[in-house]
Design a protein around this ligand. Structure first.
Ligand SMILES: *Cc1c(COP(=O)(O)O)cnc(C)c1O
Length: 418
């Protein structure tokens, strides 16, 4: 044994000390109450109390399996800790932090955003059920609900997020759940989210929201009546473009039910990635506040540029969802889209001339990324279909990072000036 390092292994005679035994089920509710503001929760919620061996940062428990608490009295499955069961100390800590950030009873982390989405839908829907989904969903989600879901006997209907009447018109006797996104990709639309949650409640439907684009810093859906919050934690929650992860957040019963499905499907997050996500989440408030400010500054500058046809950003008064976003969100987010004058060739030339942003898919990291949806996320659609959705060939989507706003603006201006 190294000097100054005490063994965590108790002698058989003494009871195991609590600090070496992270709870199999995180005690989120207590943690969530102890810190009021998200800035403080991001740092302190979910951290083990007392700290393990005094470690200020959550250590990584790179162990697939764990000893039973009491070798002489093994209580079966409830007592079993194993990485695939999503209940190692690193899972417990990051899940408790995330639950606090979303103001929830419980959270589950998953191997990817798509694992969170598919596992949740497969848990909540049964053969014969129908899902009512907002049009314009994230590509992977759209692919799953229109592709694989049918082979589980679940049909999907769509409604227009901008038109609440279309929601009422699309609901059927077998509809079980409503699925929306806080801010859509790439047109950054903001539906009447509280009205959708209220509609679901009145009709006995489970309301599910993908809160990836807003992050809990800008919007906490549970406080507005939603039942289940999903994340691609790959994006803002982690914020450093260095891992893939997902999350399911909500009431304890719901999260437990999704966990049981995930335990069978196997899409668990490994402890090292839990720890990276945990570290990333500590700076969520700082990062998203900077991204809100940078995106607003860039959107305003682009909307004044003679080289730009239109700018889509919920923070602009010209945006259809502006009043709603202003009322619901703490900030307007780091995602914007714009169309330069001169069509696709002008957009491609501007992308080549940009010096700071990288041309890459994904979003929510500290670095600014740009992409042409017509050539990437929406390349599979026919051009007419794409244009009918409002996605022009020259539309540029920007995931705004935390660089200096003035330098970003200068860079976009020189790239557009040609
Ligand atoms: C990226 C993304 C997903 C999928 O997440 P992965 O982590 O890539 O599996 C789902 N929803 C939204 C809104 C996303 O941006």
């Amino acid at each position: 044994m190294l000097p100054g390092f005490t063994s965590t292994r108790p002698t058989r005679a003494e009871p195991r000390r609590e600090l070496t035994r992270a709870p199999a089920r995180p005690t989120n509710a207590r943690m969530a109450k102890s810190f009021r503001r998200i800035e403080t929760q991001a740092i302190h919620a979910g951290e083990p109390e007392p700290r393990i061996h005094g470690a200020v940062a959550m250590p990584i428990f790179q162990s697939a399996t764990f000893e039973y608490a009491d070798a002489g009295n093994v209580r079966g499955h409830d007592d079993l800790r194993y990485i695939r069961l999503n209940n190692t100390p690193n899972h417990a800590a990051v899940q408790a932090k995330l639950a606090a950030l979303e103001g929830a009873e419980a959270a589950l982390v998953t191997a990817s955003g798509m694992a969170a989405i598919t596992t949740t839908l497969l848990t909540l829907l049964r053969p014969g059920d129908r899902l009512l989904a907002q049009r314009g969903l994230y590509g992977g989600t759209h692919g799953f609900v229109t592709g694989e879901l049918a082979s589980f006997g679940v049909e999907v209907d769509f409604f227009d997020g901008g038109d609440i009447a279309s929601l009422a018109a699309a609901v059927r006797p077998k509809t079980r759940a409503v699925y929306v996104e806080t801010i859509t990709n790439p047109l950054v639309e903001v539906a009447d989210l509280p009205a959708i949650a209220a509609f679901a409640r009145e009709h006995g439907l489970t309301s599910i929201i993908d809160n990836t684009f807003a992050s809990p810093f800008n919007f906490r859906p549970l406080a507005h009546g939603f039942d289940v919050v999903l994340h691609s934690a790959t994006k803002y929650l982690n914020g450093h473009s260095d891992l893939v992860a997902g999350a399911v957040v909500g009431a304890r019963d719901t999260v437990d039910a999704v966990t049981r499905t995930l335990n069978h499907l196997g899409g668990c997050l490994n402890p090292e990635t839990c720890a990276l996500l945990h570290r990333g989440m500590k700076t969520l408030a700082l990062r998203v506040a900077a991204q809100n400010a940078n995106a607003l500054a860039l959107a305003l500058a682009l909307s004044k540029s003679p080289a730009v046809e239109r700018v889509l950003y919920p923070g602009l008064a010209s945006h259809a969802g502006h009043a709603r976003a202003k009322e619901l969100f703490r900030g307007f987010g780091g995602m914007l889209s714009f169309e330069p004058k001169g069509g696709l060739p002008a957009a491609e030339a501007a992308l080549r001339r940009l010096r700071i942003p990288l041309v890459a898919p994904s979003l929510g990291g500290v670095e600014t990324l740009v992409i042409l949806p017509s050539k990437s996320s929406h390349a599979g659609l026919a051009p007419d279909e794409r244009r009918a959705m409002g996605i022009g060939d020259a539309l540029v989507r920007v995931s705004v990072g935390i660089e200096a706003a003035e330098e970003l603006i200068e860079d976009f201006e020189q790239a557009l000036a040609g």
